[in-house]
Design a protein around this ligand. Sequence first.
Ligand SMILES: Cc1cc2nc3c(=O)[nH]c(=O)nc-3n(C[C@H](O)[C@H](O)[C@H](O)COP(=O)(O)O)c2cc1C
Length: 222
Amino acid sequence: MRIEDRLMSIQDFILTVRREYTGKPLDEASVHRDPFQQLELWLKEAIESQVLEPNALILATASAQGITSIRAVLLRGFDRRGLVFYTNYASRKAKEIAENPRVSGLLFWPELNRQVRIEGVAERTTDEESDAYFRTRPRESQIAAWISHQSEVIESRRALEEAFAKAEESFRGNEVPRPPFWGGYRLVPTSFEFWQGRENRLHDRILYLKDGPTWEIKRLAP
Ligand SMILES: Cc1cc2nc3c(=O)[nH]c(=O)nc-3n(C[C@H](O)[C@H](O)[C@H](O)COP(=O)(O)O)c2cc1C
């Protein structure tokens, strides 16, 4: 249906659209004691449910002055050390992380009425880790990493495409190495919150707080 056929303005639509959230109960007694295992379970369920971008992580950073910014990045791996994503080390997010390593991330799966909030600090992955991941990227993405001065103002789309074509030519016949200004970060969590939408807005919110080597588990009001 086209928006015009709804006989409703966009303003009225967003005011009135309302969805009942339902889902399997999330219970502090039955969740994994280890939030990384809980994350693995929910990621598995998101992937199995064929949500469009199950590993899209909305990442918030803040400058030293507390000016915040957010964007999506792709979660490329995780283990008990943290959650890994890759980017340009001269980008806005990287500059903010250099000033202030505190970051937060959000995984949101509307099809499952679920979100996961993660707070912690970002630290760079090792060169070896970044190299290993860079080698798995399609060649075009490897070349794009070289020519994109991510987050900087550029003259035009054409200038970008010309730089890409030039780089493609100069790398012809050779492997594309990882640019020194491109690599990974690991979000090392200090807290996780798993949110499951439930009926009547009585949602389940389970909070994990790092307590030395273990995690404290609490329930939050919806
Ligand atoms: C679904 C999705 C996934 C993305 N994944 C990445 C990523 O893994 N790494 C990255 O640097 N940018 C990624 N981007 C682009 C970022 O959102 C952002 O535009 C870029 O990193 C520049 O951000 P910054 O100026 O805040 O540093 C993605 C965008 C979307 C919509």
